[in-house]
Design a protein around this ligand. Structure first.
Ligand SMILES: [Zn+2]
Length: 397
């Protein structure tokens, strides 16, 4: 005996909708319907009452966007959402024939935007408790689905209204059958069965590019962290177990979805993947791609030719007489001496290896440990290389 009443479900109506099954020895099954209505609590109430009024109650009413779950009658008895197939009472076929009305439209498969939660898992737990296997014996619910009497009579598993013989409704639309099982969690061993499409996910996993930046599952960057922080700051961080971080996860999607809903979006517009409007609302303005800094061009190090410098230091008679030799080389050394605090700024860029420059260079030589005639202000290879290493030039000797 499986679960008759799902403890997580609200009760609707009197709790009495059908009766005993006609073929309890046939395998248990589920029939998925869509109400062809909107979702949300107002639809939930209105459609919930409407189905009672017209005497077409399913067992279960479910809102795929809020995970709200309600039950009309015991799962081990029949419901009333199917038409008979001639003399066959389709509502009473099987050990159980659990019928679920989902607040959605067949034209927009709810698995594309739904958000199944604990109540959905409770529903699937109850379904499995009756030995209903995780399979779709009649296959896809896409337009063109076939209604096979023999499949219906003999196979257990999940069906769409579109698969039931003697009926003419085409709900629930082309839902992702694998997503249904995946959202249920766990598994129900289904020998020889197949769940059809694989890899369905209940969380949207596509990316969008807005203003040159990627958002959505797998996107990475500082802008992803920034969105996460903004979500937390606006009270939409419930799904983070850790983070937010720079890689977009399902938790980011779910939090963003909460934020979209807070803006009044629903359905596909609230799938947790940012659009321009919601992103602007969250961040104040659309984040922009940080201008990629051109890699700072390493300044080519100046090269000082030692022989030029020696020539300049020996030939330049000094500022008073004007004229310079190899001023480019001299200027580099003057700048270095200035940086060492050995040459005043007023002489540091004249390019003339005059007496002040010579004096300054002699001071540098002493710093390098030379003395006497080795500290005469005329550059040598070793002292010049030391100055270059410290002040950014190389020496051509
Ligand atoms: Zn239906």
């Amino acid at each position: 005996m499986g679960e008759v009443w799902i403890k997580e479900a609200e009760k609707l109506g009197t709790g009495r909708i059908g009766g005993s099954m006609d073929s309890p020895s046939a395998p248990g099954r589920v029939v998925w319907h869509t109400t062809e209505s909107g979702h949300g609590d107002t639809s939930f109430r209105n459609v919930g009452e409407y189905l009672i009024r017209i005497g077409a109650e399913p067992h279960i009413l479910y809102d795929p966007t809020t995970d709200r779950l309600a039950q009309y009658g015991p799962l081990n008895q029949s419901a009333r959402a199917l038409r008979n197939d001639g003399a066959t009472r389709t509502n009473r076929t099987g050990r159980v024939c659990i019928q679920i009305e989902v607040l959605a439209k067949a034209s927009r498969p709810f698995t594309g935007y739904w958000r199944p939660g604990p109540n959905f898992r409770a529903l699937m737990r109850a379904i499995r408790s009756w030995g209903v296997p995780d399979v779709w014996p009649a296959g896809s619910c896409a337009p063109g689905a076939t209604r096979s009497r023999s499949t219906w009579a003999t196979k257990g598993g999940h069906f769409g209204h579109c698969h039931v013989p003697g009926n003419d409704h085409w709900d629930p639309g082309n839902i992702d059958r694998a997503a249904i099982m995946k959202a249920a969690g766990g598994s129900s061993p289904a020998p020889g069965g197949s769940t059809g499409d694989s890899g369905g996910s209940s969380v949207a996993r596509y990316k969008v590019t807005i203003n040159g930046l990627e958002y959505g599952y797998g996107a990475t960057g500082a802008h992803v962290t920034a969105v996460g922080k903004a979500l937390v700051a606006t009270g939409h961080g419930d799904h983070y177990k850790s983070g937010p971080g720079p890689t977009w996860s399902d938790a980011d999607t779910l939090n963003y979805q909460d934020f979209q809903r807070s803006l009044g979006y629903s359905g596909k517009d609230a799938d947790g993947v940012p659009g321009e409007t919601s992103l602007k609302a969250l961040m104040g303005k659309l984040p922009t791609k940080p201008a990629s800094k051109p890699a700072a061009k390493p300044k080519a190090k100046p090269v000082v030719d030692l022989s030029n410098l020696v020539a300049a230091s020996q030939r330049d008679p000094g500022l008073r007489q004007g004229g310079t030799t190899h001023p480019a080389d001299v200027k580099v050394v003057e700048a270095a001496l200035k940086a060492e605090g050995l040459l005043s700024a007023s002489y540091a860029a004249d390019g003339s290896y005059g007496s002040l420059t010579k004096t300054a260079y002699a001071a540098w030589q002493r710093r390098c440990g030379y003395s006497g005639p080795d500290a005469d202000g005329i550059p040598g290879k070793s002292s010049l290389e030391k100055l270059g290493a410290k002040r950014g030039f190389t020496v051509k000797a």
